[in-house]
Write a protein that binds this ligand. Structure first.
Ligand SMILES: Cc1cc2nc3c(=O)[nH]c(=O)nc-3n(C[C@H](O)[C@H](O)[C@H](O)COP(=O)(O)O)c2cc1C
Length: 209
């Protein structure tokens, strides 16, 4: 790997600064987050790379009574799971309830339906391939959304635990044919927190020549 002594982060690179500073936020103030800010997050998410540029994500912006119903659903269903899933579901319910806005991400499965024609693959099992591409594309959109939130001084967290009750979540949000990707509560951070420590870079790099 080419090494450089130049520190882009210290040199004021805003993107790298946002990446470094982003961390999951699970507690919010009561302050609302206006539609203009939410639109910025969705625009950032919609600009993510996606397989075949399909953009087969759907962003469901949830507020008010539906948001409370989502929190109540997570809280009610928590009892049916062993720890730590039940603890995480209850925590997710509290975070959803505290956030002024929740953005759920569902995938339409467009590439799964049309992938064979697009890639002209006739034989073999391709569903895994297309489904993986869809999930990775939606994940890129979620990460863009989290980074945009951090850059705007907002807090957000990716709640994957709701996958355990995905059918009920999608039904509640009126997207029964979508595939559950993520639920992201968004708000103003209640506390000045920092994220957990990351493994050192050296522990995750293998150099191959
Ligand atoms: C796919 C995925 C699923 C996650 N699901 C949850 C979740 O259900 N509940 C939660 O509190 N955090 C969840 N997180 C957030 C992680 O706990 C968090 O990203 C991790 O601890 C690192 O902390 P950081 O985001 O502050 O860097 C999820 C993150 C990812 C990428």
């Amino acid at each position: 790997m080419a090494r450089t002594d130049f520190d882009f982060d210290k040199a004021g690179n805003e993107t790298l600064k946002t990446i470094r500073e982003r961390h999951s936020v699970r507690r919010f103030t009561e302050e609302d987050v206006g539609d203009d800010l939410i639109r910025q997050l969705l625009d950032a998410a919609n600009r993510a790379p996606s397989a075949e540029n399909r953009q087969s994500w759907r962003f469901l912006v949830v507020r008010g009574r539906k948001k409370e119903a989502l929190a109540a659903l997570a809280s009610k269903r928590a009892a049916g799971f062993p720890r730590p899933a039940s603890v995480l579901l209850r925590m997710a319910a509290r975070t959803i309830s505290a956030a002024p806005v929740v953005i759920a991400v569902a995938n339409t499965g467009d590439l799964i339906r049309h992938g064979r024609e697009v890639f002209r693959i006739e034989s073999g099992e391709t569903r895994d391939f297309f489904r993986t591409m869809e999930i990775q594309s939606s994940a890129a959109a979620v990460e863009n959304m989290l980074l945009a939130a951090a850059s705007l001084g907002l807090g957000a967290v990716w709640l994957g635990i709701l996958f355990l009750i995905k059918d009920e979540v999608l039904e509640l949000l009126g997207e029964p044919n979508g595939e559950f990707m993520a639920v992201v509560p968004v708000g103003r951070p209640a506390l000045a927190t920092s994220g957990p420590k990351k493994r050192p870079l050296a522990a995750v790099i293998k150099e191959i020549e």
